[in-house]
Design a protein around this ligand. Structure first.
Ligand code: NDP
Length: 295
């Protein structure tokens, strides 16, 4: 058996098209475009690439994108001051602070200063709390994208056993909450979980968000399972197949022998993350203008 490849690139493109037409509708009604402001501190090349892609996607969707660039030596007070200004600015619907921040800046302070209604990354404790109690919230983009792919593929997730490997605040925990909202039976695994391969083999839906290249082997996958690989790991040139090749947390070829469907890396979850950022910005903009959220 060889699994179907879940095409995140195509799903993200379709979603971005729908968002672009909802943005036109928003502009007609409100007389301005939704605005997404991104804060980038320092000169980490990976962060610069992510922010560049977000800026391009924002503009392609017809929104206003603005990047606030600061040198690595900027003080925490300056960043907090910028966030206060953006919180007050009526043309700013979404605020995103690109992580990681330099060590002298406390990320938690910065993230918690963002108005939760503009927190399009969904990292504010108010949004995390709302998600946990099942209230409408801005949800972290990566797990939001994973749920979108799963619902597109499987329809109803009720009663499915989902195993989420990883319990970070930005992927694993919100992923588990979203699956629970969809009435899946959810198990969260982590580095202290006993006999992880046996647990993974029970999963109808297996989500890997670990950050360890190809850790999940083919025989960890239940026949017919749906596998979502969140991991993005760049191999060192010295590693086999290296030259900076990107791999996921799942050994793709082996897992594809057992799964019914699986996301590739790259081209699976990654493209969905930016699409969901645009979706969150549009949701935030509609909510701030008292409009119905787009379907
Ligand atoms: P974190 O490092 O914050 O969390 C990793 C989790 O994996 C932790 O809960 C950790 O457990 C668990 N873990 C680590 N080693 C093992 C192990 N041997 N067995 C079982 N569990 C283990 O990572 P993130 O959640 O931020 O990211 C996970 C991956 O997803 C990374 O590869 C990252 O690059 C990628 N990512 C991709 C995105 C995308 O757009 N596609 C966006 C965000 C992340 P414990 O808590 O016990 O330490």
């Amino acid at each position: 058996m060889s699994a179907d490849k879940i095409d995140g690139k195509a799903a993200a493109a379709a979603l971005r098209e729908r968002i672009a037409s909802a943005v036109s509708h928003f502009k007609e009604q409100v007389g301005r475009a939704p605005g997404l402001h991104v804060v980038l501190v320092g000169d980490d090349p990976a962060s610069a690439v992510y922010v560049g892609s977000k800026e391009k996607a924002t503009e392609a969707a017809g929104m206003v994108g603005k990047v606030h660039r600061y040198p690595a030596g900027v003080t925490e007070a300056e960043i907090l001051h910028l966030i206060d200004r953006m919180n007050r600015d009526a043309t700013v619907d979404g605020i995103l602070v690109q992580l990681p921040l330099p060590d002298h800046i406390d990320s938690a302070h910065v993230l918690d200063r963002i108005d939760p209604a503009k927190d399009v990354d969904g990292f504010h404790v108010i949004n995390a709390g709302k998600l946990a109690v099942g209230e409408s919230a801005l949800v972290p983009c990566t797990p939001y994208g994973c749920i979108h792919l799963l619902k597109e593929r499987l329809g109803d997730l009720s009663g499915k056993h989902a195993v989420v490997i990883g319990r970070s605040n930005i992927v694993g925990k919100p992923m588990a909450q979203l699956l629970l909202q969809e009435n899946a039976t959810v198990t969260i695994a982590h580095s202290r979980t006993a006999d992880l391969p046996a647990l993974a083999r029970q999963a109808d839906i297996l989500v890997a968000a670990v950050g360890r290249p190809e850790m999940i082997k083919g025989d960890w996958v239940k026949p017919g399972a749906t596998v979502i690989d969140v991991g993005i790991n760049r191999l060192r040139p010295s590693e086999e197949g290296g030259r900076g090749k990107l791999v996921g947390d799942v050994a793709y070829d082996e897992a594809a022998e057992h799964a019914a469907a699986i996301t590739p890396v790259p081209g699976g979850v990654g493209p969905m993350t930016i699409a969901m950022l645009l979706a969150n910005t549009l949701r935030a903009a509609n909510a701030r203008e008292g409009l119905e959220p787009p379907q």
